[in-house]
Design a protein around this ligand. Structure first.
Ligand code: ACO
Length: 370
């Protein structure tokens, strides 16, 4: 038995949800470029769950179901009020999502109808949790979700209490489309491993949030912004990046396990970052990002991934840095839950083997002689 480090190149399951073939990403066979340009996030959620794009009445039904379940239990809101104010936002989200299960009577109902309903609840309620957490930690009252509006609009509204601008809603909506699913990424794999024991959907999504939190996965978007802030202005980019590369340090937002010739999602976010920079009159983050890309791609051949330009996009939308990864989680809940439902449909316990590298034939020493 020989292990493959990081399971690179191992095909661990079949899935009909999303594919990355020759560097092209599709959701249910539809190219991400088309979805980024033409679909709303809710259409994508429907596509991932049901395997086809919704017609008008199916989409309206989904919007109405998402609105119906968007309120979170008062007990969960009360718990969030007890969290330390400076707690890690992904740790807060992980805890709050785990708590949702305690107040859902059908948390352990494993029928397909109940699981689909819980997927809708999770998709709606993660948005409410992230916005409520962001306000509560600042001593503000959480804002109740609006009915009949998109997740992007609702999130920005619940965060600020103001009607968001059309361009902000469109930008966030596109970012949600781009982050919705990505084949067997680390957090989706974590979700599938968890529910393959026939554990419940809340446990699966809680596992996934824990996996997304790390800086080698979803946490990279916050790390990118931290880097841009540390660099400060475009004049400092060259020295900063050259020093990092000379020290063999990783540049966050670059590289990918699967894409070696570039992440197809990055160009959409780059374009959006540029457009938002022009609209807000602050091109600093975009200009720095472009320079960083030139240096890192030029010297290491590494291309930006989905996290790189999403950092400047979210900053232009005035979203606090530590909410970037929770927003990723809001979007990826659609993919996680689609994969969980797919896993339940044709389940087998996921239990690989390990190549043992420890000592062998060790004698047992009684405690008095150790
Ligand atoms: N900056 C500098 N060098 C890099 C980077 C980077 N961002 N990424 C990879 N490399 C180098 C490694 O140092 C390594 O070099 P070596 O062979 O000389 O040791 C080589 O490229 C291969 O890198 P690995 O880390 O082995 O590649 P792996 O496939 O395991 O990792 C990963 C992929 C985790 C995405 C990696 O590229 C990375 O750490 N990037 C930065 C973090 C990041 O942006 N994560 C978000 C990924 S997208 C997502 O999850 C949404």
């Amino acid at each position: 038995m020989t292990a493959t480090k990081g399971l690179e190149g191992i095909v661990a399951t079949t899935s009909s949800i999303s594919s990355i073939i020759d560097g092209v990403l599709t959701y249910r066979g539809i190219n991400i470029d088309d979805l980024a340009e033409k679909a709303t996030f809710e259409e994508v959620v429907y596509l991932l769950w049901y395997g086809k794009l919704p017609n008008r009445s199916e989409l309206n039904q989904l919007l109405s179901d998402l609105s119906k379940y968007a309120q979170i239990p008062q007990q969960v809101l009360d718990q969030i009020k007890l969290y330390p104010k400076d707690v890690n936002s992904m740790a807060a989200l992980r805890t709050a999502v785990s708590s949702l299960a305690l107040y859902d009577e059908e948390a352990n109902d494993m029928t397909p109808e109940a699981n689909l309903r819980k997927a809708i609840k999770l998709q709606a309620q993660l948005t409410t949790i992230v916005a409520a957490f962001a306000r509560i930690r600042q001593g503000q009252e959480p804002i109740a979700p609006k009915s009949g509006v998109s997740i992007a609009e609702n999130f920005l509204y619940m965060l600020t209490g103001k009607q968001p601008e059309k361009i902000a809603i469109e930008a966030l909506d596109k970012a949600l489309v781009l982050h919705a699913d990505h084949e067997l990424n680390a957090s989706t794999f974590a979700a599938r491993v968890t529910v393959a024991t026939l554990s419940d959907i809340y446990s699966g999504v809680t596992s996934a949030i824990g996996a997304l939190k790390g800086p080698l996965h979803g946490g990279a978007n916050e790390a990118v912004m931290a880097m841009l802030e540390e660099i400060g202005t475009a004049d400092n980019v060259t020295n900063y990046i050259n020093e990092k590369l000379a020290n063999k340090e990783k540049i966050m937002g670059f590289g990918h396990r699967v894409y070696k010739n570039g992440d197809p999602r990055a160009k959409h976010l780059q374009k959006m970052s540029q457009e938002l920079g022009k609209i807000t009159g602050n091109m600093n983050w975009y200009d720095m990002s472009i320079q960083i890309e030139e240096l890192v791609t030029g010297q290491k051949g590494l291309k930006p991934n989905v996290d790189f330009y999403s950092a400047s996009v979210y900053t232009s939308l005035e979203i606090p840095r530590d909410l970037f990864t929770p927003i990723f989680a809001i979007s990826r809940t659609s993919g996680w839950t689609a994969h969980i439902l797919e896993q339940y449909e044709n389940n087998r316990l996921i239990r690989p083997r390990a190549e043992y590298t420890g000592p062998s034939h060790q004698a047992f020493t009684p405690i008095e002689q150790r």
